[in-house]
Design a protein around this ligand. Structure first.
Ligand code: ITT
Ligand code: NA
Length: 180
């Protein structure tokens, strides 16, 4: 099955989580304006299916910061490419509640229906970026359940993949579709 994404970091993680029968296609599917990652992923996979005509899935993810009403949430991609990680840190400088979560919505089109699988991980936004691993917001996302309080970027790929929002979403996806 095809994983339709413009983001190589996501594709690497999906491969590690799902195994080998994932083929990445670099296609920027249409992203509707919506407050819901699930809606964005579902519309996106319909667009991707229209483009490729074979079973495929997309992953729409977002960082939700509690103290600023869930910003940047569904706009995480736009905010990342405009403000960047440093811009986000500046924007929340005076915000007290830095608790946050990462959500992932995976939508799969099997040729007839669309099904969606969700995953989430709790954390908080670090004061400064730390670590060289991962991609995107990983250097500022401190994982809540990590006893050393590391950011995703301070973890190995295996460690991030063991607890991430993406792992949780892809796991329920795999439970449903990869019986063998
Ligand atoms: P697609 O083509 O798959 O949509 P994208 O990078 O635009 O690629 P999203 O809209 O889902 O993907 O991602 C929103 C933003 O959050 C984007 O800037 C990503 O780099 C970032 N992001 C997504 N997953 C992440 C993760 O596991 N760790 C850190 N940042 C992540
Ligand atoms: Na995107």
């Amino acid at each position: 099955m095809l994983f339709v994404t413009s983001n190589p970091g996501k594709a690497r993680e999906a491969e590690e989580i799902l195994g080998e029968n994932v083929e990445r296609v670099d296609y920027d599917y249409a992203e509707i304006q919506s407050g819901s990652l699930v809606e964005i992923a579902e519309e996106g996979v319909r667009d991707a299916y229209g483009e490729f005509g074979e079973p495929c899935f997309v992953d729409d993810s977002g960082l939700f910061i509690e103290g600023v009403g869930g910003f940047p949430g569904p706009y995480s991609s736009y905010v990342y490419s405009t403000l960047g990680v440093d811009g986000v840190l500046r924007a929340i400088e005076d915000v007290e509640d830095r608790s946050a979560r990462f959500d992932c919505a995976v939508a799969y089109h099997d040729g007839e229906d669309v099904r969606t699988f969700e995953g989430t991980v709790a954390g908080r936004i670090a004061q400064e970026p730390r670590g060289d691993g991962g991609f995107g917001y990983d250097p500022v996302f401190e994982v809540k359940d990590d006893d050393q309080g590391r950011t995703f970027a301070e973890m190995s790929p295996e460690e991030k993949n063991a607890v991430s929002h993406r792992r949780r979403a892809f796991e329920s996806f795999a439970d449903r579709y990869q019986q063998d």
